[in-house]
Each structure stands twice: as structure tokens, then as C-alpha cells.
Design a protein around this ligand. Structure first.
Ligand code: SF4
Ligand code: SF4
Length: 350
């Protein structure tokens, strides 16, 4: 492992930013989100962003093609996604895992979403290992290792304030990081910027355990019998249908396709949608197969706890804790899983 001292970190990022855009978690008023970094911007190293970085791969609004009609003739101009290289710096392992979950949707054998694929291919990922989970974090219950780095090109390791061996005199009391390459792309970056690195050996900062756990043992077996259970009406009663949970969730990927037509030209665009909104399943003829909050709420949690797992073998949740922090009525996934466990699953109620 190499080390970047706190004094050289900004210079290292500046050097990277001269080669390609660096997108990093920065604070705008009270909200931390991933933004293009420029000199003078302070990176939030302490806690994870409120806004997940999924928009970097699945933008909130994206034009797919433009068209022009002239009489009975028409022309379509496809819009290619921006595939210029960039660095995503400071993503946490929970959010990196969410991107691996989205890959299963957008990069399957049956269907490759070319825009998503371009952005994935052209993004160098530098993950930041966590050592201090927030009170809302439960990633370890979902099999996410806060120190992992699966899917990253480079791993930044927060270092202990102490040092080992004979390097004591070189100790820098600021925030030093270890850095390790996990892919050839990462190795290339380290080689190119070796002037910023040292061999100073420090221990990683001690890892604090998550205090919160999602214990969903038994949920998998119960859910198939609970489609018509009264629990969905009971739980969804207090849901406001605001969609905050889906917009902030790094693993939610529902989108809508909309068109805008002006005269003889127009464009088609994709935009985020939420399964918690009534319009989401509204059909052209006016029929809505999920007409009330009960059906919409049920679908969200069956998708997270059952449907995705049936297809891909894991839950559609990373334990990032954003729904715990921001659902205005505290209907988060840990609470819902507990209620499912408490419910009598063999009773079918309409
Ligand atoms: S954030 Fe809470 S209240 Fe809002 S839609 Fe989600 S579950 Fe319902
Ligand atoms: S369901 Fe909640 S805890 Fe799980 S990934 Fe989504 S926002 Fe994070």
C-alpha cells in the first residue's frame, strides 16, 4: 500500500483534474452530493453524501433521440451519451455496490443499455473505505464490506493517526490516506502520479461496527404467501407517497420515457420516475393496476426484498441508510422487514 499525505492530497486531485473531470462529494449549503470538482472546493470526507451518485450513470433527465418530420418523411438523430473519461472520487462501498446491482439491470446478456454502458466504461472509480458508520448504516447486514472495494479501480484507505516503525518523525497529523490499485487502470494512475505517494507505513483507522442490522431471516420464505396480506394496507396507511425513498435510494432505477414535440420536430427523453407515484403505472386507457398506496408500497418492498432476489440472488438494498434518514414517516426498509417477520404469513387477507 502507498500513502498520500493530507498535504499532498489536494495536489494529487488537482493533477487528476487536469487530465479528466473529477467528480467528488462536496457540500452545497447543507446537502452533500457528487459534483464536478474544481480547485478550492472542499471534499466531504467524513460522511456519505445524502444524494447518491446513481445520476452519474443514470442521469435524472436524458435526451435519447431527436426527430424531425417533413410531410410523410422523417429523420431521427440518436444522441450518444457523453463517453469522455472521468474520475468518480470518494464513493463509499455501499454506493459502489449499488452500481454493481444496477449493472445487472442495464448490462444484462439480454439487454445492454448503451448510454449506461458508455458511462460505466469511461469512469475511473476511486472508492473511499469507511471506518465510522453513521447510526443509519447497516451495509454489513447486506454483505457489503465497508472496507471492500469490489468494482473499484483504486481504493482510498483512511489511516490511523499513529505510525509504525521508524517513520515516526514523518508523522503528519492531518488526514492521510493509504491508496491501493485494484485494476490496471488504477495501477496506471498510481504510476503516473507516484510523486505524490510515499511508502510510509501506517495502520488503517480502526473499523467501528454498524450498530444497526437488517435481520431479514425468514422474510424470503414468507413473502410469496403475503401478496394479499393486510400488512400492506396497514403499513402504507401512513406513507405520504412523496417518493423521497426512491429518489434517494441508490438502487432504485425506475424511469419514464417522455416526448416533447414542437411543430415538426421534437425529442424523446428518459427521466427518473418513482413506483410510489400513482402515474407510474397509469396506462393510456386510464386503467391503473396499482391504484392505491397499498399496491404501490407493496410493490416497492416486494421488489427490494423478493423480486430482485429471485432474479439476481441478492436484495435490492445496500444498507446505505438514506431511507432511514429521510422518509418523513419512518417507513424504512428495516422497519418494514421487521413487520413482515412479525406478521402471520399463512393468513391470506384481501
Ligand atoms: S419516503 Fe416514506 S412517506 Fe415518502 S413515499 Fe417513501 S415510504 Fe412513503
Ligand atoms: S432501501 Fe434504503 S437503505 Fe436500502 S439502499 Fe435504498 S435507501 Fe439505502
Amino acid at each position: 500500500m502507498k500513502t498520500i499525505s493530507s498535504m499532498l492530497m489536494t495536489q494529487f486531485i488537482e493533477a487528476l483534474a487536469k487530465e479528466m473531470p473529477v467528480i467528488a462529494p462536496v457540500k452545497n449549503e447543507e446537502t452533500v452530493s457528487f459534483q464536478p470538482w474544481s480547485a478550492g472546493m472542499e471534499i466531504e470526507w467524513q460522511k456519505n453524501s445524502l444524494i447518491p451518485p446513481k445520476n452519474l450513470f443514470l442521469p435524472q433527465v436524458e435526451v435519447l433521440y431527436k426527430y424531425q418530420v417533413s410531410g410523410v418523411n422523417g429523420e431521427i438523430e440518436e444522441i450518444d451519451a457523453d463517453d469522455s473519461p472521468r474520475v468518480l472520487l470518494g464513493i463509499r462501498n455501499c454506493d459502489l455496490h449499488s452500481i454493481l446491482l444496477l449493472d445487472k439491470i442495464f448490462l444484462t446478456d439480454d439487454y445492454i443499455d448503451s448510454a449506461y454502458q458508455s458511462r460505466r466504461k469511461n469512469t475511473v472509480i476511486i472508492v473511499l473505505q469507511c471506518s465510522q458508520p453513521l447510526s443509519t448504516c447497516f451495509c454489513t447486514s447486506l454483505g457489503v464490506d465497508p472496507r471492500g472495494g469490489e468494482g473499484a479501480d483504486l481504493v482510498l484507505i483512511e489511516l490511523d493517526q499513529g505510525v509504525r516503525g521508524s517513520d515516526k518523525m514523518m508523522y503528519d497529523p492531518g488526514r492521510d490516506f493509504g491508496i491501493e490499485a485494484r485494476t490496471p487502470k488504477g495501477e496506471e494512475i498510481l504510476k503516473k502520479h507516484e510523486d505524490f505517494l510515499s511508502d510510509l507505513q501506517k495502520k488503517p483507522a480502526p473499523l467501528e461496527n454498524c450498530n444497526l442490522h437488517l435481520d431479514e431471516r425468514g422474510v424470503k420464505e414468507k413473502l410469496p404467501k403475503m401478496f394479499d396480506h393486510s400488512i400492506w394496507a396497514d403499513l402504507s396507511m401512513r406513507c405520504l407517497g412523496c417518493g423521497v425513498c426512491t429518489y434517494l435510494c441508490p438502487t432504485c432505477y425506475c424511469f419514464d420515457l417522455q416526448g416533447k414535440n414542437v411543430g415538426e420536430e421534437g425529442f424523446k427523453y428518459r427521466c427518473w420516475d418513482s413506483c410510489m407515484f400513482s402515474d407510474y403505472t397509469m396506462m393510456a386507457g386510464g386503467h391503473n393496476p396499482r391504484p392505491t398506496k397499498r399496491e404501490r408500497f407493496r410493490n416497492r418492498f416486494l421488489h427490494k426484498l423478493s423480486y430482485y432476489r429471485e432474479r439476481y440472488g441478492e436484495l435490492l438494498c445496500t444498507g446505505c441508510g438514506r431511507c432511514l434518514a429521510k422518509c418523513p414517516v419512518h417507513l424504512d426498509i428495516t422497519y418494514v422487514a421487521e413487520k413482515i417477520k412479525e406478521a402471520k404469513a399463512d393468513v391470506r387477507e384481501g
